[in-house]
Design a protein around this ligand. Structure first.
Ligand code: NAD
Ligand code: TDX
Length: 341
């Protein structure tokens, strides 16, 4: 199989490249990545060679995309601007990469009849009430997102991802593009950019900076290890039904305060050694995924069921890969400080 992976030098994309490289030796991988601030050649450098090629370029560059797509069997599309906080400062790159970029890939996949898998987020559904505010603490209907949930994005990031999902729907129905979509919850694991919550706090502690918690810390995210996400995407690519959407999640709901206290404890710090900072405008309250369709129809199940063990491995990875993140730490924290965060 000739497989094009967009955004394969970013966090989740590079983990997927490594997953396919390790587990599916019959696949030839071409990574198309612009190497924005979030992309890093080092994330795939050690496996570049006969089976993995890196093309540095923009998914909005139609001639380049056509040149690559013309000899592909399938494309898994990860490339995107991915950080909510950045989208609140300047939404324009989000429109470019997430909307125009997806459109450019869809047009090319249609031209060359390439099987297309679009990687998206649960944030397209907006947020859910906190369980404490639901009758019976949320044991009933509406407790989690399903494929029936209404699109209701909150930020420039999530609204551009919602727009990209809609484009995939349109191309699938009108042009019979062989496409599937997955909407996944919050990923954690190695190679995640240090602007994101978990790596920011781990690297803060390693740098002698107090961790920063937005607002009250009550907001809930549904955590999944990125390797479980990779297996799910591969399963959908190879066994999913064309035209379908699958939700990916690992029953990992935790509020941010609990996650931070766990990191502090695992790193030998007092559990209250952090600062409360300005909340994110429009901050989504809670995400939670019902992944039963993926589990029952395609037989996928998460393997990282113990969050604390996964978190421990992630802390070990950032501790032993300080060269990977140290050079950027000051600039990332300066940018946050300008926002009061
Ligand atoms: P990331 O920011 O770490 O990586 C994005 C990659 O895309 C980078 O390598 C970047 O260089 C590349 N890229 C950006 N714009 C590009 C362009 N115009 N042309 C070519 N390459 C470009 O993001 P991530 O966290 O790995 O997320 C990957 C995908 O997964 C995104 O589509 C995101 O919406 C989705 N997703 C992320 C999460 C999460 O928890 N991080 C959860 C669900 C879905
Ligand atoms: O310093 C921080 N302190 C803090 O309390 C940061 C950076 C974040 N937070 C909070 C905000 C969120 O409630 O932690 C939570 C997680 O924040 P992010 O890591 O920025 O992730 P989130 O906004 O939830 O979005 C992530 O998951 C869904 C990815 O970045 C998206 O790409 C994906 O679609």
């Amino acid at each position: 199989m000739q497989l094009l992976i967009t955004g394969g030098a970013g966090f989740i994309g590079s983990n997927f490249v490594r997953y396919v490289y390790k587990n599916h030796p019959n696949v030839q991988i071409t990574v198309l990545d612009k190497l924005t601030y979030a992309g890093n050649r080092a994330n795939v450098e050690d496996i570049l060679g006969d089976r993995v090629k890196l093309v540095v370029g923009d998914i909005c560059d139609a001639p380049l995309v056509d040149r690559l797509m013309s000899h592909m069997d399938a494309c898994v599309h990860y490339a995107a601007e991915s950080h909510n906080d950045n989208s609140l400062i300047d939404p324009s790159p989000f429109l470019h990469s997430n909307v125009v970029g997806t459109y450019t890939l869809l047009e090319s996949a249609r031209k060359y009849d390439v099987r297309f898998h679009h990687v998206s987020t649960d944030e397209v559904y907006g947020d859910l009430p906190l369980r404490e505010n639901l009758p019976g603490h949320g044991e009933g209907k509406g407790e989690k997102f399903t494929t029936e949930s209404r699109y209701n994005p909150s930020s420039p990031y999530s609204s551009t991802k919602a727009a990209s999902d809609m484009l995939v729907h349109g191309w699938t129905r009108s042009f019979k593009l062989r496409a599937t979509i997955s909407n996944c919850s919050n990923n954690y694991g190695p190679y995640q950019h240090i602007e994101k919550f978990i790596p920011r706090q781990i690297t803060n502690i390693l740098s002698g900076i107090r961790p920063k918690l937005y607002g009250t810390g009550k907001n809930v995210r549904d955590w999944i290890h990125t390797e479980d996400h990779s297996r799910a995407v591969w399963t959908i690519l190879t066994q999913g039904t064309i035209g379908e959407t699958y939700l990916i999640g690992a029953n990992g709901e935790k509020d941010n305060k609990t996650v931070l206290e766990t990191i502090l404890r695992l790193m030998g710090r007092p559990s209250d050694d952090y600062e409360l900072v300005k909340d994110r405008p429009g901050h989504d309250l809670r995400y939670a995924i019902d992944a039963s369709k993926l589990e029952t129809e395609l037989g996928w199940k998460p393997e990282y069921t113990d969050f604390e063990t996964g978190l421990k491995h992630t802390i070990e990875w950032y501790t032993s890969h300080q060269d990977w993140w140290k050079g950027e730490k000051t600039a990332v924290e300066d940018k946050y400080a300008q926002q009061g965060q």
